[in-house]
Write a protein that binds this ligand. Structure first.
Ligand code: ADP
Ligand code: MG
Length: 360
């Protein structure tokens, strides 16, 4: 690619002057060969309830397309194993946990349970994938949206049983739950892990510059040619972006928002991110964007900080080891830590009121 022509590591070294024309000629031939492929290959598919876009830069088209097709198959496979309500390895395990049985746990699920359990503890239980029964009670475990909230008494009954990740016992390749009210739903986490797995796959196929974007939640590696990848962050209040930032190297950018799945009842909006302390949709946040090294961590953290809200996000971000946060509250104010503020750009003339936190 053109970048290899400019790689000073090769061309910048002192070389016998007669060798220069040959080196340059070779470089030009190589770059001309690469130019036959478009530099950016982008394909979309539907998985994990969202549109996934994979973008690959600087890889010959046929090779990029084969790699994207393999990442689509990977997403399909993980979706079928981790789905929370279509029959899957997870729903089979959930049935056993509810019946109080101890069963062998496959390695992929053991890793999810272990890591999600750790993140749940660090988030003070604000991210808790053991809340599947509460999500089902609300009707959010289904392909269609619910029409109305469940009775308050049913919510209180379930909360009184305190389902939590800490009820799970993993030992010698088996899992059981001390609490039959536990039902696992990795809706706030699985997409992040799947994005990480897809990035690992692309890298193993020799791809250096790519984005795996699952409905606005993404991880980017490398660059877009001569510039960094540019990432827009959706405006929770309408179409378009509220802000954008540049990413290069390797970073995940995940956003949890109240606009993703919601219904209205008697003029009130009920969305899909539940506060485990109240049993109701979390209040105070419209969206939370988190940057982190891995998609799994970024996904869980965005959900936890959304639940924590504008007054509670800072200590939870610290505990989770997150260094970049942007939270839009329900008055349209933007809360950020200074390091995030240095990365974020607002569209011209649309700078919102910003509240800076201490450093993270
Ligand atoms: P998005 O759907 O925008 O990626 P999230 O990553 O926050 O948003 O995931 C929301 C999903 O996470 C819900 O649909 C539900 O399955 C699950 N969920 C909701 N509240 C919680 C919570 N407090 N802890 C863990 N998972 C949750
Ligand atoms: Mg999440």
């Amino acid at each position: 690619m053109p970048r290899s022509v400019g790689t000073s590591g090769t061309l910048g070294r002192p070389a016998p002057s007669r060798a220069w024309p040959l080196v340059l000629l070779l470089a030009l031939i190589l770059s001309a060969g690469c130019h036959r492929s478009p530099p950016l290959v982008e394909r979309q598919f539907f998985a994990m309830g969202t549109l996934v876009t994979v973008s690959v830069y600087g890889t010959p088209q046929a090779r990029a397309e084969r790699a994207i097709a393999r990442s689509e198959r990977l997403f399909d496979r993980l979706d079928r194993r981790w789905h929370a309500w279509h029959p899957s390895a997870l729903t089979r395990m959930d049935a056993a946990l509810a019946a109080g049985r101890s069963i062998p746990i496959p390695p992929d699920l053991a890793r999810l349970v272990r890591e999600a359990g750790r993140l749940s503890r660090l988030s003070d239980g604000l991210f808790d994938p053991a809340l599947g029964q509460l999500l089902a009670l609300w009707g959010f475990e289904g392909d269609d949206l619910p029409a109305r909230p469940p009775p308050a008494a049913s919510i209180q009954q379930l909360l009184a049983r305190h389902p939590s990740m800490s009820d799970l016992v993993l030992e010698e390749g088996r899992i059981r739950s001390r609490n039959p009210a536990v039902r696992l739903d990795f809706g706030a986490y699985a997409k992040g892990v799947a994005v990480d797995r897809a990035i690992d796959l692309l890298r193993s196929l020799g791809i250096r510059n790519a984005i795996v974007n699952a409905g606005g939640d993404l991880r980017a590696i490398g660059r877009h040619g001569a510039r960094a990848w540019r990432i827009g962050i959706r405006n929770p209040d309408g179409p378009g972006v509220i802000a954008w930032l540049e990413v290069e190297g390797d970073q995940a950018v995940f956003t949890s928002g109240d606009y993703e799945r919601y219904f209205s009842w008697h003029g009130k909006r009920y969305h899909h991110i539940l506060d485990p302390r109240t049993g109701y949709p979390a209040r105070g946040s419209r969206s939370v964007t988190v940057l982190a090294k891995h998609g799994g961590l970024a996904d869980a953290a965005a959900t936890a900080l959304f639940v924590a809200g504008p007054d509670g996000w800072y200590p939870i971000a610290r505990a989770l080891g997150i260094h970049y946060v942007m939270l839009v509250d329900d008055h349209g104010r933007v809360h950020m830590n200074p390091r995030m503020a240095r990365r974020i750009h607002f569209p011209a003339g649309r700078t919102p009121e910003v509240k800076l936190s201490p450093a993270l």
